[in-house]
Design a protein around this ligand. Sequence first.
Ligand SMILES: Cc1ncc(COP(=O)(O)O)c(C=O)c1O
Length: 414
Amino acid sequence: MKLLDQLSEQLDELQALGLQRSRQVVQTPCGAHQVVNGRPVLSFNSNDYLGLANNAHVLEALNEGVRRYGAGSGASHLISGHSQAHQCLEEQLADLYGPHMPQARALSMCTGYMANLAVLSALTAGQSSAEIFSDALNHASIIDGARLSRAKVSVYPHRSTQALAQQLQASSAQTKLVVTDSVFSMDGTLAPLPELLALCEKHGAWLVVDDAHGFGVLGARGLGALEHFGLRSSHVVLMGTLGKSAGVAGAFVAAHDTVVQYLIQRARPYIYTTAAPPALAHALLTSVNIITGPLGHALRDQLHQLLQVWQAGLAQFLTVRSDLSRLPCLLPSATPIQPLVLGSNTAVMQASSALMQRGVWVSAIRAPTVPAGTARLRITFSAAHTQADVHTLLQGLQGLPALSPGAYLEKVPA
Ligand SMILES: Cc1ncc(COP(=O)(O)O)c(C=O)c1O
């Protein structure tokens, strides 16, 4: 069969399963209120948790970065693309992570996806035997990084330190990497990092933490999961993204100096790509200053207040929506990621479009991003929202069509 015919058949299958995805065209900056497909909407989708994507200071820094460095970097970091802005950003981040890892050094990367590929592939490739231990609900970029590494991969049940302990005990690999999201991106829940680190130290393993959704949000200075849990270790490799709370784009790896030096020499997703525009790194210097300063503190306070309003409103709402209160729709999330797990693809698509008709935009998340049968509305809050916005969301949810009793049990092939 010709490739085009095969692809069309597979696209039809996705549609029949309710798994076809579509994109909405956004015509205004990232924020609470946006124009999408020509219509004003109140959005609860972005990972711009602090509202920095459209912050005046960050925008001014970006403009200044363009004036100073132009549009593009022109080459990869190891050729001629490593600008003073990249260098300053790395030094700023290394200073910040000093209290959490001895001899801390940071490396700026184009994206978090590439950072995970870089860390997992480079740290295992040159070793005689390596094993990666990965949480079952880790982000796709970790899964892909583990595949790229060609190391043995052992997936442990979600957040099960007991299962991980057994796997580590049974492993004879010389290099062991335990890798986990710090905040699970589709659940909003936290990994048990102190217990994971203790296990790593006991078994001579390294802990690779993907702090994509922790950086900026967790910890007194917004430094993320390590600060939140008060962890310090030279056996931690931290990946943070800069397109979420930092509001711009890119990512970084913070680790012991030797690890970063090795990544610079060996990590192919770092070496063989054009460096991100220096203007972005220049803007990020301002973002990171905001995150760790008094404004960042105030923005995190605002987020926590919004979460309290949401959780109180939701508890009230579930008392009147018995169809939803029967479902395991609430995950114990204390982060701005607040999923409502509805179960079936049909239910979640209906809910998302019913909300959109009311001018509230919440994306439906389905397999394979989340396990089949756990389709959900992934509601995310940002300091750019107001309490009135949260009430509008709650009102929108009140108008959702009732779920049929079998909705949660609908079978979705993997
Ligand atoms: C947990 C997690 N890790 C990594 C990434 C990839 O980061 P980036 O968007 O910077 O590629 C994301 C999101 O996209 C994520 O949610």
